[in-house]
Every structure is written in C-alpha cells, then in structure tokens.
Design a protein around this ligand. Structure first.
Ligand code: CO8
Length: 258
C-alpha cells in the first residue's frame, strides 16, 4: 500500500494505519479522504486483515479538518466537503472488522469525529478531545453532532459542542468516550495487545458481534434481538465456527479458526 498521508503496516493480521501529516497536525484534507477511501476498499477485500488500528504521527492524532483548505469554500463546496468526510467515516464504520482508534494526542473537530467512527477508543494520557468548530463559526461536519450524543448522552454532547471545551483522556474516559487510558509510551503496545486478543477470537463471531451491535443500536430492542437470533444461528451447524469453538472447549484444546 503506497500513500502520501497514510502509513500502513501489517503485523500478525493487524493493520496499523498512521496518519502522517505532522506539520499540519495531521489535519484532514481531500487527499486524506481519497487515500482513506482507497484503503477502506482494499481492507474490505482482504480477509487476512483481522483488526485495523488508526493512530497519528507526532503530537496530534488529528487536529481537525484542514482549515486552510476549507476557508474559501462556498456553501455548495462546504456541503460537498462535509459529505466527502461523512461518506469516508461511514464506510470506515461499516467495515466488517473491528477498527480501534489509538488516540496519541489532539483529537479535535474532524479528528474527534474520526475517533467516533471507530469501534472504540484507547487514549494516551496526552490525548485531548474537543469539538472546537463553534470557535471558527462552524459546526462539526463529519456527523460529530450525531455520533457524540449516541456515544455519551445528549446533555454531554451539547455541552461539548456548545462550549468547544477541550477535555483530557481521564474526562473522556469518565464520559464513556474512551474505553481505556494508557501512558504515552505504552499506547501502541497496549492497543496492539488488545487488537491481537480480538484477532485470536472466532473471526466470524467478531464480525457478527460488530454487525449486530451496531445495526441493533439503530433499531427497537425487538428488532435488534431478532437480528441477534439470526446471527447467533448462523454460527451453528456442520463446519461452522461455533461447532469448532464449542468442540474445542469440550475437547480441552485450542480452537482452529478458518
Ligand atoms: N487545519 C489546518 N492546519 C492546522 C490545523 C487544522 N485543523 N490544526 C493545526 N494546523 C497547523 C497550524 O496552522 C500550524 O501550521 P504552521 O506551522 O504552518 O503555522 C501547525 O499545524 C501547527 O499548529 P500550531 O502552531 O497551532 O500548534 P500548537 O501546538 O500551538 O496548537 C492545536 C495545536 C491546539 C491543535 C492548534 O493547532 C489548533 O487549535 N488547531 C485547530 C483545531 C481546530 O479548530 N480544529 C477544528 C477544525 S474544523 C473541523 O475539524 C470541522 C470538521 C468538519 C468539517 C466539515 C467539512 C465542511
């Protein structure tokens, strides 16, 4: 994989993606979205990749959308830039494998929105989260107004969106935005450990958990439970992953996943 802004590395089935535009605090421009779209397409077709991890180079994860690229846009171009990022982040969210944000530093504006399109977030104690768009006379444009309240709650989301307050990793943990906080020099090791642990589980089960939990979140409990029952059943039968996993348990051996 050959990109200008994204650096990629595969280790034991884990794809580590580093956003690398440190001179501009990894700000997201059109090139980033084009590269990310291409990467998502490739990952969706590569069954050897079990988990994807996204991090940033330098002192930022991502300090937002590229303000220099946005400043002279007209209304139509502004909406188009919003839709470009929304589509990329939605496609990232829809990847059938887990995607983890390893938040090393500033995750502001579009950067915080990117972390929210990942399945969960592990933060360094140096991470800072915020939606500072109102400082610029803007609002979030990559569905941050929608995902933040779903991940936390409406009051917390409106507070952060209206005050543009920057919060540290411990506060992000407290409001449920991040799932774990690590020392900066252990962040990537910790995240790779989590990714490898997930990659050791039944791969179909991991994909079903993601699909059912994510789709069910937008449904009634009854509809979500029906989706779960169907996915549960799909893991049973001859040559199924469930048969292998349960047989391995009963035979006191390690499962051999296909
Ligand atoms: N866009 C472009 N360049 C940026 C950005 C950005 N978001 N953030 C930082 N940079 C650049 C700076 O301009 C500076 O460039 P130069 O060296 O050429 O002057 C370089 O990165 C280093 O930045 P600083 O000197 O400011 O570094 P500090 O350590 O002093 O501060 C901060 C770091 C706190 C991260 C600071 O840079 C900052 O506040 N950045 C802007 C944060 C922000 O407002 N983000 C939100 C942007 S808007 C957004 O994300 C909307 C998303 C939805 C868009 C929808 C499409 C329409």
């Amino acid at each position: 994989m050959d990109y200008q802004i994204l650096q990629t590395e595969i280790q034991d089935g884990i794809l580590l993606v580093t956003i690398s535009r440190p001179k501009a605090m990894n700000a997201l421009n059109t090139r980033f979205f084009n590269e990310m779209d291409d990467l998502i397409e490739k990952v969706s077709k590569d069954s050897s990749i079990k988990v994807m991890v996204i991090t940033g180079e330098g002192k930022a994860f991502v300090a937002g959308a590229d303000i220099a690229e946005m400043v002279n846009k007209n209304k139509e171009e502004g909406s188009a830039f919003s839709r470009l990022g929304q589509n990329t982040f939605r496609n990232l969210e829809k990847l059938d494998i887990p995607v983890i944000a390893a938040v090393n530093g500033f995750a502001l504006g579009g950067g915080m929105e990117l972390t929210m399109a990942c399945d969960f977030r592990i933060a360094s104690t140096k991470a800072k989260f915020g939606q500072p768009e109102v400082n610029l006379g803007l609002i979030p444009g990559y569905a941050g107004t929608q995902r933040l309240s779903r991940l936390t709650n409406l009051g917390t989301a409106l507070y952060l969106l209206m005050t543009a307050d920057m919060i540290g990793a411990d506060d992000a943990l407290r409001i449920g935005l991040v799932q774990k906080v690590c020392e900066p020099d252990t962040l990537l090791d910790e995240v790779m450990k989590i990714a490898k642990n997930i990659a050791s589980k039944g791969p179909q089960a991991i994909k079903k958990v993601k699909a059912v939990a994510r789709q069910g979140y937008e449904m009634s409990l009854d509809e979500g439970a029906a989706l779960e029952a169907k996915a549960f059943g799909s893991l049973f039968g001859d040559n199924s992953e469930g048969r292998e996993g349960m047989s391995a348990f009963l035979e006191k051996r390690k499962p051999e996943w296909k």
